[in-house]
Design a protein around this ligand. Structure first.
Ligand code: NAP
Length: 313
């Protein structure tokens, strides 16, 4: 089968096509023939040795990739909840290596959800790591209630565009930030207000916020502590909360957390339900052929993409 291997940490020249045998499954596993995979900033960060690079540095050369959608072709003897022919999607194995830059992957049944019939494999592969991050950020630490004021930074990005839709579904009043170029996109997701971070300081126009999603770090994280209301929550997904900022959060009475997305079949099933009902939609702005993985990395690295970048076979 076709796969793409990361030979060593570095540029896209380190991503190389290879032919390897289709992997064998164990008794409790399934084999999935992939139709689409999506990529996230953690893919190019890890390629460069950042991201989860420190966790996998002794396993190079390695096959990256976590976000999948495809069809089950084989199930182990102990697997009873899936069968060959089932169309499934998920973020598998993260933050370990899951080998998803390949035509076939081995997956654990408890990581998977059935792909809703009303969405494409590209849309399903998109709604995995980024959608899980948004869901877990908003629901595990967020406890968002109807009418809460929610601020989603980078609302036009992979995580942000799901977060806006999920926050609206939870009944929040949603403010999204992006540049002016993506204003209509963010409002089209259902956001009640848009802030162009290039012409306005968020702290000058927003205050007393119940929940803030911070995918940016730096000044955004510091400012968020002052924009959140007492008893409010700031979730940072780029690990910008250090001891000093956590201390500051405590003084201000703000709940501050760094979080990292985790694989969860249960959360994937919830997301599948939202996709099936059309409550959440994937915006796939660019689809590359699998062979153009390097170009897909370069596009995502610009930090300017809208919604998700997907590759398919
Ligand atoms: N902790 C975790 O588990 C976890 C999970 C997922 C992602 N992450 C991290 O979260 C970050 C975001 O991921 P992503 O997939 O959403 O990235 P992404 O899709 O690459 O985000 C791109 C979007 O960010 C917007 N943007 C860039 N700078 C901005 C700013 N200063 N203010 C507002 N919007 C801005 C851009 O809009 P404009 O072009 O309009 O500026 C663009 O649409 C990455 O660093 C990623 O590694 C962490």
């Amino acid at each position: 089968m076709k796969a793409i291997i990361l030979k060593a940490f570095g540029g896209i020249d380190q991503l190389q096509p290879i032919e390897i045998p289709v992997p064998a499954i164990g008794a409790g596993e399934v084999l999935v023939k992939l139709s689409s995979i999506s990529i996230n900033p953690v893919d190019f960060k890890t390629r460069e040795g950042k991201g989860i690079g420190s966790r996998i540095k002794d396993q190079l050369p390695a096959i990256l990739g976590w976000d999948i959608s495809g069809v089950i072709t084989q199930v182990g003897t102990d697997v009873h909840d899936f069968k060959p022919g089932d169309e499934v999607f998920s973020m598998i194995g993260f933050p370990k290596l899951a080998n998803a830059y390949a035509e076939y992957v081995v997956a654990q049944p408890n990581e998977l959800a059935i792909k809703p019939a009303n969405i494409t494999h590209d849309e399903a592969a998109a709604a995995t790591l980024a959608a899980l991050t948004a869901w877990q950020a908003l629901t595990t630490k967020g406890n968002i209630k109807k009418g809460d004021k929610v601020l989603i930074h980078a609302a036009s990005g992979g995580v942000g565009h799901y977060a806006v839709q999920i926050a609206k579904h939870l009944g929040a009043y949603v403010i999204g930030t992006s540049s002016a170029a993506n204003r209509d996109f963010v409002l089209g997701l259902g956001a009640d207000e848009h802030i162009d971070y290039k012409t306005q300081q968020v702290k000058d126009v927003v205050s007393n916020v119940d929940f803030i999603l911070d995918p940016l770090g730096g000044d955004t994280t510091t400012q968020s502590l002052h924009i959140a209301k007492k008893g409010g929550t700031v979730i940072c997904i780029v690990h910008a909360f250090n001891d000093a900022l956590l201390q500051k959060a405590q003084e201000l009475g703000v709940n501050a957390h760094n979080i990292m997305v985790y694989t969860s079949g249960d959360d994937m099933k919830t997301i599948a339900g939202l996709l099936e009902k059309g409550i959440v939609r994937s915006h796939v702005s660019k689809v590359f052929p699998f062979e153009q993985m390097g170009n897909a990395h370069l596009l995502l690295e610009t930090g300017r993409t809208v919604g998700k970048v997907v590759l398919n076979f």
